[in-house]
Ligand binder design. Structure first.
Ligand code: ASP
Length: 307
């Protein structure tokens, strides 16, 4: 038996003390606590890391404070288009979905892809028809849409559809190590505001935004997906540990430095099979939380921003 650990994120970005309306900050912190509750309830009684990351992400998907499930950012057509992935570090089984418009819990559909199909990644109408076959709840696309996300889309479109560098990435993710020493990772997102042409980011791509391997670590990313894809970030972190013998935090910091060198920004969370936890981000803030038998922490801003 080893110690259990759970780490979650709710996206990174231009989050500075005082930049968020206090209510919004409180709502997000409460959402992170609820997600930790859901994961902890499983891990603290010897449950599986895979179940814990799915449970934590489902809470964040349903919470409109984050860019996943309800409250997802909108594409250029004004619709929510959702991506998610899940991976089990035990045997590196994985499942992912992209371009969903009616499935309420994308992360559970990703898990169904992993467990009930011979495939890894299903997209658009095909993924949705698989969701209906599995009986997962379907909702109108409007159910995902919040007034705040409409306003953000209008702002970006008024700017010529150009992506705002001061963006808040709100993707959600969870990584966990259970008492049996197994790790798992899950990530879910609405992607980037005003995305076009069926754009898919790093989150549902195994190795880019999501990865889990009991030989090294479980990893989930948030940030400019295109940079994380080019860096194959989540796998790179695990590979640095496995092949170069780097420590968890050291490998995480090295990957973030590489992403910055590619002109990207964002954050990573990771756990190792020994229960070690790490996080880091190159943006001013990242919604994040961690829980273990020793206690809990939730935070938004970087140390530097708080000084
Ligand atoms: N990484 C996500 C994407 O590029 C965005 C985010 O982290 O919010 O789709």
């Amino acid at each position: 038996m080893s110690d259990w650990t759970l780490v979650i994120h709710g996206g990174s970005g231009a989050l500075r003390p005082g930049s968020l309306p206090p209510q919004q900050e409180e709502r997000a912190l409460a959402g992170l606590q609820s997600a930790l509750d859901a994961g902890e309830a499983i891990l603290s009684v010897g449950g599986a890391a895979l179940d814990a990351v799915e449970a934590a992400v489902r809470v964040l998907e349903d919470d409109p404070a984050f860019n996943a499930g309800r409250g997802s950012v909108l594409n250029a057509d004004g619709r929510a288009e959702l991506d998610a992935a899940i991976m089990d570090g035990r045997g590196r089984a994985a499942g992912a979905v992209a371009g969903l418009v009616t499935t309420r819990a994308p992360i559970s559909l990703a898990r169904a892809v992993m467990e009930r199909t011979p495939h890894i990644l299903l997209t658009y109408a095909g993924a949705e028809s698989f969701a209906r076959e599995t009986g997962l709840e379907q909702v109108d696309n409007d159910w995902f849409v919040t007034p705040e996300r409409r306003r953000q889309l209008d702002e970006v479109m008024a700017n010529g559809g150009e992506f705002d560098a001061d963006i808040k990435y709100g993707t959600v993710g969870a990584v966990a190590c259970d008492t049996h020493g197994n790790v798992a990772a899950a990530t879910s997102t609405g992607g980037l505001t005003a995305k076009r042409w069926g754009r898919i980011g790093d989150s549902p791509l195994i190795g880019a935004g999501t990865y889990a391997d009991n030989r090294a670590a479980a990893v989930s990313a948030t940030g400019l997906g295109e940079a994380f894809m080019r860096a194959v970030a989540a796998h790179e972190l695990a590979a640095r540990m496995r092949l170069a013998g780097e420590g968890l935090q050291q490998a995480l910091d090295a990957v973030l430095a590489d992403i910055a060198a590619l002109g990207g920004s964002g954050g990573l969370i990771a756990v190792s099979p020994s229960g070690e936890a790490a996080w880091g981000f190159t943006t001013p803030g990242m919604y994040r939380g961690r829980a273990s038998a020793e206690g809990r922490e939730v935070a938004v801003y970087s140390e530097a921003e708080l000084r």
